[in-house]
Write a protein that binds this ligand. Structure first.
Ligand code: ATP
Length: 238
């Protein structure tokens, strides 16, 4: 079996008295595109935040490349190749597209390669090239999502965590974003994708996990989950 990059075991996270994640297990192997789906409030974002070191957990463990992430902060993990594009994107609105991309490479010092990676991002996301000197805050939601993904890729991550990249986007942009996620995965980046758009997320996933009320209720290949009657009824509306 391929190398296990992320191993979540018995993870528990609570906000005060609210148990948001109740002992879940999840694995991501090198080269996989994994989708974590579930309805509002299921605990998907909380899981992502714990995995990236930005939220403490009260039980279980998370291993990244065979070592517990306990005691590591989000920045340590970014340096080790774990990059996240948060819900709501968080691009630097008062900086240009190019400056945002340069910020994404702040952990690197190889100037020539940074320039060639920016060029590579412009090939993946031609829209960003057209707007490279424009302030990020003046771009559409879909364009900002592309920029956020490109900025995360500038750190040359081993694993890219995407939280609801299609949220609030027009249908055309949603198509484009899922296409890009699939392409980035095809280039060898391991991806953990959190999505409410279960149909699209499962279509492109190698494997998926279904989360409900803080628990993983089902797991399987993207195809198996897409055709599962329980998944269809609860998350695909038919
Ligand atoms: P969504 O798709 O709506 O973002 P989600 O599956 O990502 O949902 P979470 O955001 O992880 O769900 O939330 C899980 C539960 O934890 C919810 O009941 C939510 O209200 C609660 N929760 C999340 N953040 C906090 C917080 N900062 N303080 C208290 N409760 C929180």
């Amino acid at each position: 079996m391929a190398n296990t990059l992320l191993k979540v075991s018995g993870l528990k996270v609570a906000y005060g008295g609210i148990k948001a994640v109740k002992g879940i297990d999840l694995e991501v192997h090198e080269g996989e595109l994994i989708s974590l789906i579930g309805s509002n409030g299921a605990g998907k974002t909380t899981t992502m935040k714990a995995v990236t070191g930005s939220l403490a957990f009260e039980g279980g463990d998370i291993e990244y490349m065979g070592k517990s992430i306990k005691g590591k902060g989000a920045w340590d993990l970014v340096k080790e190749g774990l990059a996240m594009v948060p819900e709501g994107r968080g691009v630097f609105t008062r900086m240009s597209i190019t400056e945002n991309l340069q910020m994404g490479a702040y952990i690197r010092s190889d100037k020539a390669e940074i320039a060639s990676d920016i060029e590579r991002m412009f090939v993946i996301f031609p829209r960003l090239r057209e707007r490279k000197d424009q302030l990020a805050g003046t771009m559409s939601g879909g364009e900002q999502q592309m920029l956020a993904m490109a900025r995360a890729l500038m750190s040359r991550p081993k694993v890219l965590l995407l939280d609801e990249p299609s949220m609030g986007l027009s249908p055309i942009m949603v198509d484009k974003i899922f296409e890009v996620v699939r392409d980035v995965a095809a280039q060898g980046v391991t991806i953990l994708l959190v999505e409410q758009n279960a149909q699209r997320a499962l279509q492109i996933a190698h494997r998926g996990y279904v989360m409900d009320s803080g628990e993983i209720t089902m797991t399987g290949t993207g195809k198996d989950l897409l055709t599962d009657p329980k998944v269809r009824e609860a998350y695909l509306g038919h």
